[in-house]
Design a protein around this ligand. Sequence first.
Ligand code: PEP
Length: 250
Amino acid sequence: MRTALVAGNWKMNGDSAFINELMSSLTTAAGSSNIDVLVCPPAVYLSQVKEFTQSCSIALGAQNVSEHPNGAFTGEISLAMLNDLGCEYVILGHSERRSLYGETDTVVADKFIAAVDAGLKPILCVGETLEERESGATIDIVSRQLKAVIDSAGIDKFSDAVVAYEPVWAIGTGKTATAEQAQEVHAAIRAILAESDSVIAAKIRILYGGSVNAANAAELFANEDVDGGLVGGASLKANDFIAICHAAGA
Ligand code: PEP
């Protein structure tokens, strides 16, 4: 039995006042949750958010990290720094990192290995563009992105990892994959992992991400291989995020 996980990816949004308000609402609602809830604020606000998460069951995560341990990497943030700030998870290979900042499968794999070695739980994002879906290449793309990490890191490094299926065409667009589309790709991801280790494949959490909201969450999460969500826009609205968490726990 996999415990559902709902992760909020705040991206580059919010300020101190907004975050105090959002976290006050989330921590009030967090009490009796039967799922895992995670928030991933902008890095500069990790310490502020930790003030809230340290006294409740909400976990803290980062949106990205350097693959390098330390040194002359201006603007980068290390895994040691994330550990120091109390992060448990780190999102890796988000499509915005891949498309806007040129992160290749190789870089994502290097970050994945470094994260696991540093004791953080990676949330590995995979997903196809609209063009790739329309040309029937969805499973090939997701498989390539996933296998690049399996081949480089080794399947054992997936023991505490999370995979997020995020069709690029559904991120921030208001278009959501249908429950059938999500389940098909999630099952394929689990099958690819099972080729290397069936035990890890059975226990790993595979999140769906792409315009999840309070209205569509229940239908998406009802699928056998959908173990929760990676939520962008709706994670910035306390009531919506809480409703999504309730849908995952239902
Ligand atoms: C995301 O950025 O991971 C995401 C899924 O965004 P949204 O929910 O806004 O589509």
